[in-house]
Design a protein around this ligand. Structure first.
Ligand code: ADP
Ligand code: MG
Length: 234
């Protein structure tokens, strides 16, 4: 299997595991301002996607992403299925020549555009767009202006997504089910912004483990310092 294809398959599996362990937390967030199905939607959809991509024969990254999106589209109803699934399918051709800094930026921008196209939400509407927009802009700037590696840029993007999630708490929802609550949505964290952050955190973890070369580790990486007082045994 192409190394990058295998890395994306591993990323989908990591996301599926994470969303399964966050299932009840995401459900709690969605029960406060929605219909309590976001945890189940995400866990079920990504588990199915993980199974589907594991069956692909020697896939390239674009095919893994497209299969993930198609599976989410068919498995997940509600707002999140088409938003996540349709946008992944639509953006997947950006990775047709593999994952590079440039193709990753193009993928992220196309994904965000499609989410905004489909959902018609803007920053401040208290949706996944509030996490995604700063993440994508930060990723692009980190690569193109600050000359960071894709993995360093992704770490910055994850931090930006985290601030985006926090930003959803005090604002009023103007899109999606939560908007039916009007001002009563204030004070609650958006479930879709939260799942977007979790997905990005897992992508970062897998990218860090798989894509950073050993040469980029610090010189003393082989000899960790032992904390004072710690006894080591053979
Ligand atoms: P549903 O709202 O249909 O029950 P989910 O509970 O799975 O679907 O997903 C809810 C999440 O979807 C919200 O927390 C929000 O982040 C996101 N969402 C809802 N509507 C939109 C929209 N129009 N644009 C972007 N994201 C949206
Ligand atoms: Mg819901």
């Amino acid at each position: 299997m192409s190394e990058q294809g295998a890395a994306v398959v591993a990323a989908v599996a990591a996301v599926a595991d994470r969303l399964e362990s966050e299932r009840s937390h995401l459900t709690d967030l969605d029960s406060a301002i929605g219909d309590a199905d976001h945890g189940g939607n995400m866990a079920r959809g990504w588990a199915a996607a993980s199974e589907a991509v594991a069956e692909l024969d020697d896939p390239e990254p674009a095919e893994v992403v497209k299969t993930t999106g198609k599976t989410l589209l068919s498995e997940v109803g509600g707002a999140a299925g088409p938003l996540y699934g349709g946008s992944l399918v639509f953006a997947s051709p950006e990775l047709a020549d593999g994952i590079t800094a440039d193709s990753a930026v193009a993928f992220a921008e196309t994904y965000l555009e499609k989410v905004q196209d489909r959902g018609d939400a803007r920053v401040g509407d208290k949706t996944m767009v509030d996490a995604l927009t700063p993440a994508v802009h930060t990723f692009k700037k980190s690569v193109e202006v600050d000359d960071m590696t894709p993995v360093e840029a992704l770490a910055k993007a994850v931090a930006a997504a985290g601030r985006g999630v926090d930003y959803t708490v005090p604002i009023r929802a103007s899109k999606g089910r939560a908007s039916y609550l009007g001002w009563r949505s204030v004070g609650h964290q958006d479930p879709g912004a939260t799942s977007t952050l979790y997905i990005m955190e897992e992508l970062l973890d897998v990218a860090t483990a798989r894509l950073e070369t050993p040469e980029q580790l610090p010189d003393d990486a082989e000899s960790p310092t032992i904390p004072d007082g710690e006894v080591t045994e053979d």
